[in-house]
Design a protein around this ligand. Structure first.
Ligand code: PLP
Length: 397
């Protein structure tokens, strides 16, 4: 039965991680996968998370199943973080949230929901976008299209082209937006641009799907939610897939959420009942631990303020690495302008390095970068900055 099955290609990002792990070079540097690293190059468990886990060990009474949608405390905490406590969608009960296994699990449930209840819809993703988006939507049989986003020449958002592309999207299709810290470019719309996009969305009648995997990694928890909230001033319906992998460092606990927002509470109840049906047929109900940690941290004032400080420290370190990268490249004699890197948000930047340069960096210097030239700034430290920039200067020479 299985003898004719072909070997699948390695995942472009996780495959790179495997290659890095197997590289014996003691000076290797991993700027591939989107995992936060501290100054020592480690991905430690946050103190707020550790303390929450200690409390949970003491207080947890059962390992019985959660409900399909997860705990109420978690779902409420997620909504407050996304919208702010008094937002209309909360007070009018127009939003329902289900816990999911990571942001990927949330996107997969969104995909199944769209396929079932918006027949014929195409999902439009930015060009470029996170490498897994296409696969997630295509795996449920959805068509995926792309809209203009990045201008390689100016290394910035091509907003006019983006508007022009999205003006072609028909009513009833779905447009995926990165809530903040666009992956892979690190370039986000401004608040004014978000407002224009929301207006266009309302005029065109497409459904916005926000992928919100980096809340707090850009400018702050509230600031990073601005795009999504500006949209909610103008549109009545939305899907949101959010993740706590990055901002809580809970990568391997798989914790996220899918939120559906409708015009009325009644519509929201009906839509959510269908979201739950997708979950039931998919993984039945979510894993508990990661979401219990997030709930504990978000609802306990002392843990919450510790977490916000830790999140700020991660954000600040990434910003510092961006500036240090730009200045060190300059100090190494690189004439090409890399200053755009210090203006971008989140873990990633498009470096502009071409596939040959990326391959040379890997083969000669043990520096791992995704083939597209996307670099994870979070993998930079004060210690690896000099050899990193020296190697880049050599491949650019
Ligand atoms: N969406 C984007 C844009 C991402 O970059 C990622 C992770 O890299 C995800 C979703 C998935 O997050 P998770 O690891 O929680 O599944």
């Amino acid at each position: 039965m299985f003898e004719n099955i072909q070997v699948a290609p390695a995942d472009p990002i996780l495959g790179l991680n495997d290659a890095y792990r197997n590289d014996p070079n003691p000076n290797k540097i991993n700027l591939g996968v989107g995992v936060y690293k501290d100054e020592l190059g480690a991905t430690p468990i946050l103190k707020s998370v550790k303390q929450a886990e200690e409390r949970l060990v003491e207080t947890e009474k059962t390992k019985s199943y959660l409900s399909i949608e997860g705990t109420e405390a978690y779902r409420n905490a997620v909504q407050e973080l996304l919208f702010g406590a008094d937002h209309d969608v909360i007070t009018k009960q127009r939003a329902h949230t289900a816990q999911s296994p990571g942001g990927t699990g949330a996107l997969r449930i969104a995909a199944e929901f769209i396929k079932k209840h918006m027949p014929g819809a195409t999902v439009w993703v930015s060009n470029p976008t996170w490498a897994n988006h296409q696969a997630i939507f295509q795996s449920v049989g959805l068509e995926v299209g792309s809209y203009a986003y990045y201008d390689a020449a100016s290394k910035s958002l091509d907003f006019e082209a983006m508007l022009a592309s999205l003006s072609q999207v028909p009513a009833g299709d779905v447009v995926l937006f990165h809530g903040c810290c666009h992956n892979p470019t690190g370039i986000d719309p401004t608040t004014e641009q978000w407002a224009q996009l929301a207006k266009l969305c309302s005029k065109q009648g497409f459904l916005p799907l926000f992928d919100f995997a980096y809340q707090g990694f850009g400018s702050g928890l509230e600031e990073d939610a601005a795009g999504l909230r500006v949209f909610l001033d103008q549109v009545q319906e939305m899907l949101i897939a959010n993740s706590f992998s990055k901002n809580f460092g809970l990568y391997n606990e798989r914790v996220g959420a899918i939120t559906v927002i409708c015009e009325t509470a009644e519509h929201a109840d009906a839509a959510f009942s269908q979201v739950k049906r997708c979950i039931r047929a998919n993984y039945s109900n979510p894993p508990s631990h990661g979401a219990a940690v997030v709930t504990e941290v978000l609802t306990n004032p002392q843990l919450r303020s510790l977490w916000e400080m830790e999140l700020q420290a991660m954000r600040t370190r990434i910003h510092e690495m961006r500036s240090l990268f730009v200045s060190t490249l300059r100090a190494k004699g690189v004439e090409q302008d890399f200053s755009f890197i210090s203006q971008q948000n989140g873990m990633f930047s498009f470096s502009g390095l071409n596939p040959d340069q990326v391959a040379q960096l890997r083969q000669e210097f043990g520096i791992y970068i995704v083939g597209s030239g996307r670099i994870s700034v979070a993998g930079m430290t004060k210690d690896n900055m000099e050899p990193l920039c020296e190697a880049i200067a050599k491949v650019l020479a």
